[in-house]
Write a protein that binds this ligand. Structure first.
Ligand code: NAP
Length: 286
């Protein structure tokens, strides 16, 4: 049976790794703050002291880390994942990062004899727990095939975009749209409130019209309650907007809406909202 490793047990990684453990696989986990390994160890996972120890003992290691800095640190740092990669072993980075980070990790892993796949995901805390993520992959096709049994436990669909860097780009496009939609929704709710309109009626109208979406139905009630349980941390949304705007810069693609939305998320971080849900950007406007 394939031995899986999992690096990074935050909001997403915890649920994703748990689905591998629950299915009966031999899973070894590591997290920078070791305390987050406890619930998975209680479910039957093994705990390793370093990323190197995980990649050295597993056939395929998944990583789900905060941002490009974390992805590089865990791969290239002392006792990092790269140090343990042996001939043919797989490294699947599922973090949302830029293509430069993906390519730097891909080259190092393959030069060391390993196989590399980037596999960022769409979905959030609940889909991670329920195993219903949308997984976008690119890189080593043989590793993609080998990872499919694990992807089927973590997601409701996976697709291969073939060329390294393409999945990172696709994921940034998706999140750029989501971040821009969130700031537009926040402005709409704020204007509705200022206009003396009933915001619950706005929710009803939106939910029954062409703009109906899980995001409107899921996030707008949190704005109206003023409570923002963290499913997707605002600091990660701003990271994705920053990386998308930077991709647009490099490609000379105008992104005026996303650039303005990025400024709002930056203002929200400055206001101390980094660890709240990304819907808390509403607080900057209301
Ligand atoms: P999270 O809860 O903040 O977890 C981040 C993970 O990265 C933690 O395990 C953290 O370790 C680790 N980490 C951060 N900096 C590190 C460093 N320098 N060295 C080693 N480990 C480091 O974030 P998340 O929500 O699970 O998101 C993880 C990734 O998935 C992000 O790229 C995010 O953009 C993406 N994503 C998130 C969602 C969502 O809805 N939450 C959805 C799709 C994609 P500690 O526990 O020690 O801090």
């Amino acid at each position: 049976m394939t031995k899986y490793g999992f690096l990074g047990l935050g909001i997403m990684g915890n649920g994703m790794a748990a689905n591998l453990v629950k299915a009966g696989y031999d899973v070894t986990v590591w997290n920078r703050s070791p305390v987050k390994c406890a619930s998975l160890v209680a479910q039957g996972a093994k705990q390793a002291k370093t990323p190197e120890a995980v990649t050295a003992s597993c056939d395929i290691t998944f990583a789900m880390l905060a941002d490009p800095e974390a992805a590089r640190e865990v791969c290239f740092g002392p006792e990092g994942a790269l140090a343990g990669i042996g001939e043919g072993r797989g490294y699947v980075d599922m973090s949302t990062v830029d293509e430069e980070t993906v390519k730097a990790i891909a080259i190092s892993i393959t030069t060391a004899g390993g196989r590399f796949l980037e596999s960022p995901v769409s979905g959030s805390k609940k889909p991670a727990m329920d195993g219903t993520l949308v997984i976008l992959s690119a890189g080593d096709e043989s590793l993609y095939k080998d990872a499919i049994p694990a992807f089927q436990l973590m997601g409701k669909m996976s697709s291969s975009l073939k060329k390294t860097g393409q999945a990172a780009r696709m994921k940034l496009v998706v999140n750029m749209i989501m971040g821009s939609m969130m700031t537009a929704l926040s402005e709409g709710v704020a204007l509705c409130r200022k206009s003396g309109l009933n915001e619950f009626q706005l929710l009803e109208v939106l939910s029954n019209g062409a703009l109906a979406s899980p995001m409107v139905k899921g996030k707008m009630p949190t704005m109206l309650d003023g409570v923002f349980p963290t499913n997707f941390p605002l600091k990660h949304m701003q990271k994705d907007m920053r990386l998308a705007v930077s991709l647009g810069d490099r490609l000379s693609q105008p992104l005026p809406t996303a650039a303005a939305a990025n400024e709002l998320f930056k203002a929200a971080r400055k206001a101390g909202l980094s660890d709240e849900d990304f819907a808390a950007v509403f607080k900057i406007l209301s």
